[in-house]
Design a protein around this ligand. Structure first.
Ligand code: MG
Length: 124
């Protein structure tokens, strides 16, 4: 079973994303900010990450940079969640090393389809 790290300071989105991933057969590790996510990743490991861009302590961009700079986690697929209207956020997500982005609000089926596509492409 693949483990996915989910980090979002918005409890509603964090729970929704975790529930959808759980229903799709993934094991989920939940964090409420980027620093907690990093601690979880270091202690438990994960196969993939779904990260909110705007979070306290360590935001999604900073966390992505840290993951990409770490030898054990550098190749991990990362999906960045952004506010749909903010094109600049989506662009900077890719610039900082994200593989995919998920604009909020999102269609549940599209979200899981994107996760599966990332899994196929990067974990094959
Ligand atoms: Mg946020």
């Amino acid at each position: 079973m693949r483990t996915i790290l989910v980090a979002d300071d918005d409890a509603g989105f964090r729970e929704l994303v975790s529930e959808l991933l759980g229903e799709a057969g993934y094991r989920v590790l939940k964090a409420s900010d980027g620093a907690e996510a990093w601690e979880l990743l270091e202690s438990s490991g994960a196969d993939m990450a779904v990260l909110d861009l705007n979070m306290p302590r360590l935001d999604g961009l900073q966390l992505t940079q840290r993951i990409r700079a770490h030898p054990s986690h550098a190749a991990m697929p990362i999906m960045m969640m952004t506010i749909r209207e903010l094109a600049q956020d989506q662009a900077s997500g890719y610039d900082h090393g994200a593989d995919e982005y998920l604009p909020k609000p999102f269609d549940h089926r599209v979200f899981i389809a994107k996760v599966r596509a990332l899994e196929r492409r990067l974990l094959a």
